[in-house]
Design a protein around this ligand. Structure first.
Ligand SMILES: CC(C)(COP(=O)(O)OP(=O)(O)OC[C@H]1O[C@@H](n2cnc3c(N)ncnc32)[C@H](O)[C@@H]1OP(=O)(O)O)[C@@H](O)C(=O)NCCC(=O)NCCSC(=O)CCCCCCCCCCCCCCC(=O)O
Ligand SMILES: Cc1cc2nc3c(=O)[nH]c(=O)nc-3n(C[C@H](O)[C@H](O)[C@H](O)COP(=O)(O)OP(=O)(O)OC[C@H]3O[C@@H](n4cnc5c(N)ncnc54)[C@H](O)[C@@H]3O)c2cc1C
Length: 620
C-alpha cells in the first residue's frame, strides 16, 4: 500500500478526532488557523522553495536567502499580515536569516531595555525595516561569560558622547547573526566606563553601515566569519565579525531603561536588577523551547513516514516483508521522540505564559519571579535543545541509509538545529545557572521562606526524601500522581545531596567547581520534573474531541516512563524506586508502545500530516 493511501486509510480509522488534535498541537483554534493559512501560503509560493538549497554555493545560498526574506517582507506588506502571521511566515520560510535577529533580538532588546524616548525613536524605523539590527554581544574571547566582555564604551563629558572601542583582538564581536553583510545597526554590549570607573556590561545602539550606500562607517571594520557546519544549513546566515576603532555615538544611544548616564557623566543604576540587561536572552530562550517541539516534530514526521512505509525481513511464503515500525527496537527509539514533541509543545506553551507574566510584573516593578523565570528559561532551553538535537540524529538513524540523503530532510534539519545547544547560552553553562538557583532554594529551606512555583516541591522535601513509590504492578505506573511523586523525589534528593556535599568544601565556589557535574545532573532532574508536571497540568485541562485526551495520556506515559527508564540510575540510586519497580515501569512502557502502534497508528501518522506541507524536501 502506498504511503499516501496508507495515510488516508489510517485517518479513516483514527481512534481520535484528528482536527481537534491539530488544535491541541497549535495551542488554540485561532493559532491553528493562522498556522495552516500561512503554511499553505509558503508551500504554494515557488519563491519559497527549499529543495535546492543544499546544492547551492554559499554565495548563491545567501542571495537566495535575501531574495526570500525580501519576498516575505513584500508578502507581509501586500497581505497586511498581523505581527503573529508575519512571524509565522518568517518561521515557515524556514531558513536562518538576518530577520531572526532583527525581529527576534534587536527589537525586543530596545523594547525591554530602552527607555520611552529611545523606543519612540528607534522602534518605528525598525518595524518598517528602514534600519536592520543585529544583537552583538559575543566576542572572540568571551561568549558564556558576559561579564568578561572587553569592548568598551567610554563616556566623554566634553562632547556628551560614548567612545566605542575594541581594545584587543579578543574583544572583536564574533558570531552575531545578520552582522556580516546585512545589518545597518547593532545592539552592542560593552563595558560602560565613566570617569575611569567600570560599571559592567550595558547595551548601546551603534550604526555600522551607511543608509545610503551600505558601506561600513568610519572606525567600523565588519565582515562575515565564513562557512559553518554543513553545506546549506546555517550558511544562509551572515554571522559576522566587528571591530571598533574609537567610534563616537551620542549619549542617548546607550539603552537607558535599566541604568542611565547623566549629562554630567554620573552613572545611575535604577532600582531594577542589573540582570535585566540580560532580558533579551531570556526572551529568546523561551522562544527556543517552543521551536524545539517544531524541529523535533519534523524529524519524527520523517522517521515515522519512513518506518510505516519501509519493509525489511520477515516475508513468509512470498508475502510482504515486515514494516520496520513493527520492530520493538524501532518503537522504543521512535515513540519517546513523538511523545517528547508533545511534551515540549506543552511546556513551551506554559513557558510563554510565564514569560508574559514576568514581563507584566516587571512593568509594576515586581521582580519576585525573575530568579525562577531565569532558571526555567535557562533550564528548559538547555534540556529541550539537547534532547531535540539528539532526537534528530536518532531519527536519521531510524531511517537507515535514506536518512543520510539530503532529500530526506534530516541532515539539513540537524545541521540547522544543533547550534541551538550553544547559542543563547551553552547548555551546560545554563544548567549550572539552574543548579545555582536550586542550591539557593535548598539553603533557604527552614528559613521560613516557602518555595513556590516550579520549585514548590522542595517545600515538601522532608516527605520526598523518605517516600516510597506505591508501585506493585506495571499498571500502577499509569497513575499521574505516582509518576509525579517519583520525579519530585528524584529531583529533591539529587538537589539536597548536592547541597550536603557542597558543605564538605572550604567555600561555595570551590564546591561548585568540584561538584559541577553532579549539580548539572540535579538541574536536569529538576527541569525534567517541570516538563512532566506541565504535561500533567495540560491533561487536567478540558481537551475536546473524541479520543484526543486518551491519546495524549498515552503519550504522557510514554514520555515520563521512557525518561524514567533512561535515568533509572538516578531514581534507584536516590532510593525513590526499587529495581523491581523500575522493571515494572519498563514492562508498562512495552505495553504502551503496542498501544501507540497497533491501537492508534493514526496518532503516528497524524504527526506525519502535521507539517507535511512543509516537508517538501522530503522525498519519501
Ligand atoms: C548567566 C550568565 C551565565 C552569568 O552571568 P553573570 O556572571 O552576570 O551572573 P552570575 O552567574 O554571577 O549570577 C548573578 C545572579 O544573576 C542571576 N542571573 C543571571 N542571569 C540572569 C538572567 N538572565 N535573568 C535573571 N537573573 C539572572 C543569577 O541567577 C544570580 O542570581 P543569585 O545571585 O541570586 O544566585 C551569563 O553570563 C549568561 O547569560 N551567559 C550566556 C550568554 C548567552 O546566552 N549569550 C547569547 C548571545 S546571543 C545569541 O547567542 C543569539 C543566538 C540567536 C540565534 C537565532 C535564534 C533564533 C531563535 C528564535 C527567535 C525567533 C524570533 C523570530 C521573530 C520573528 O521572525 O518574528
Ligand atoms: C549559529 C550561532 C549563532 C550565534 N548568534 C549569535 C548572535 O546573534 N549574537 C551573539 O551575541 N552571539 C551569537 N552566537 C554566539 C553564542 O552565543 C556563543 O557561541 C555562546 O554563548 C557560547 O560562547 P562561546 O562560543 O564563546 O563558548 P565559551 O563560552 O567559550 O564556552 C566554550 C565551552 O566551554 C565550556 N564552558 C564554558 N564555561 C563553562 C563553565 N562555567 N562551566 C563549564 N563549562 C564551561 C562549555 O562546554 C562551552 O561550550 C551564536 C553562535 C552560534 C553557534
Amino acid at each position: 500500500m502506498e504511503a499516501l493511501d496508507y495515510h488516508a486509510e489510517e485517518r479513516r480509522k483514527a481512534e481520535f478526532d484528528v482536527e481537534e488534535m491539530k488544535i491541541v498541537w497549535a495551542g488554540s483554534r485561532q493559532a491553528y488557523e493562522i498556522s495552516d493559512r500561512v503554511a499553505r501560503l509558503v508551500a504554494s509560493d515557488p519563491v519559497f522553495r527549499k529543495d535546492n538549497r543544499t546544492m547551492l554555493s554559499r554565495k548563491d545560498l545567501f542571495k537566495d536567502t535575501l531574495r526570500k526574506a525580501a519576498h516575505a517582507w513584500k508578502r507581509i506588506i501586500e497581505l497586511r499580515l498581523s505581527e503573529e502571521e508575519a512571524s509565522k511566515l518568517r518561521f515557515f520560510v524556514d531558513q536562518p536569516v538576518f530577520t531572526d535577529l532583527h525581529w527576534g533580538m534587536f527589537i525586543p532588546a530596545i523594547k525591554g531595555q530602552g527607555n520611552e524616548e529611545q523606543q519612540q525613536k528607534w522602534l518605528p524605523m525598525a518595524y518598517k525595516m528602514q534600519i536592520i539590527g543585529c544583537y552583538a554581544q559575543t566576542e572572540l574571547g568571551h561568549g558564556s561569560n558576559v561579564q568578561g566582555l572587553e569592548t568598551t564604551a567610554t563616556f566623554d563629558p566634553e562632547t556628551d558622547e560614548f567612545v566605542i572601542h575594541s581594545p584587543t583582538l579578543t574583544s572583536s564581536k564574533w558570531w552575531p547573526g545578520g552582522l556580516g553583510k546585512v545589518s545597518t545597526h547593532a545592539l552592542i554590549y560593552a563595558r560602560l566606563i565613566t570617569d575611569g570607573q567600570d560599571h559592567g556590561v550595558h547595551g548601546f545602539i551603534v550604526q555600522l553601515r551607511s543608509l545610503d550606500d551600505h558601506l561600513p562607517l568610519p572606525g567600523i571594520t565588519v565582515g562575515d566569519i565564513g562557512m559553518k557546519f554543513g553545506s546549506g544549513a546555517y550558511n544562509s546566515m551572515d554571522n559576522g565579525v566587528l571591530r571598533f576603532d574609537h567610534v563616537r555615538i551620542l549619549r542617548d544611544q546607550m539603552l537607558m531603561g535599566v541604568s542611565q548616564v547623566t549629562r554630567e557623566g554620573k552613572f545611575m543604576q535604577s532600582d531594577v536588577p542589573r540582570q535585566l540587561v540580560y532580558g533579551t536572552m531570556v526572551y529568546v530562550r523561551q522562544k527556543i523551547v517552543a521551536d524545539a517541539s517544531c524541529a523535533l516534530s519534523r524529524a519524527v514526521c520523517i522517521a515515522t513516514r519512513y518506518s510505516v512505509v519501509r519493509r525489511q525481513f520477515g516475508s513468509h511464503n512470498g508475502g510482504p516483508e515486515t514494516q520496520v515500525i513493527d520492530y520493538k527496537t524501532q518503537q522504543s527509539r521512535l515513540f519517546p521522540l513523538l511523545a517528547s514533541a508533545y511534551a515540549f509543545r506543552f511546556v513551551g506553551e506554559w513557558l510563554k505564559w510565564l514569560y508574559t507574566d514576568v514581563t507584566q510584573r516587571l512593568q509594576a516593578s515586581d521582580f519576585s519571579t525573575l530568579p525562577e523565570v531565569h532558571a526555567c528559561t535557562a533550564g528548559l532551553k538547555s534540556v529541550t535543545t539537547s534532547a531535540t538535537a539528539d532526537a534528530i540524529e536518532e531519527c536519521r538513524k531510524l531511517c537507515g541509509g535514506h536518512g543520510y540523503l539530503s532529500s530526506s530532510g534530516l541532515p539539513e534539519l540537524f545541521a540547522v538545529y544543533v547550534p541551538a545547544c550553544t547559542y543563547e547560552g551553552d547548555n551546560v553553562v545554563l544548567l549550572l545557572q539552574v543548579a545555582r538557583f536550586l542550591m539557593k532554594t535548598v539553603s533557604q529551606l527552614g528559613s521560613g521562606k516557602k518555595p513556590v512555583g516550579t520549585i514548590a516541591y522542595m517545600g515538601r522535601s522532608e516527605h520526598l526524601l523518605q517516600c516510597r513509590c506505591e508501585v506493585e504492578r506495571a499498571e500502577d505506573w499509569l497513575k499521574p500522581n505516582v509518576i509525579l511523586e517519583a520525579f519530585e523525589a528524584r529531583a529533591a534528593r539529587m538537589s539536597v545531596t548536592c547541597a550536603k556535599n557542597l558543605n564538605n568544601f572550604a567555600n561555595q565556589e570551590e564546591g561548585f567547581a568540584q561538584l559541577a557535574t553532579d549539580l548539572a545532573e540535579a538541574a536536569v532532574a529538576h527541569v525534567q520534573l517541570i516538563i512532566v508536571s506541565k504535561f500533567i497540568e495540560k491533561l487536567q485541562q478540558d481537551i475536546p474531541g473524541k479520543g484526543v485526551k486518551r491519546q495524549l495520556e498515552i503519550l504522557f506515559n510514554v514520555y515520563a516512563l521512557s525518561l524514567l527508564h533512561k535515568h533509572l540510575g538516578d531514581f534507584v540510586a536516590s532510593g525513590c524506586i526499587t529495581p523491581k519497580q523500575g522493571a515494572l515501569a519498563n514492562e508498562q512502557l512495552r505495553l504502551l508502545y503496542s498501544q501507540v502502534h497497533f491501537d492508534n497508528p493514526s496518532l503516528l501518522l497524524y504527526m506525519v500530516l502535521l507539517l507535511e506541507r512543509l516537508l517538501q524536501s522530503t522525498s519519501f
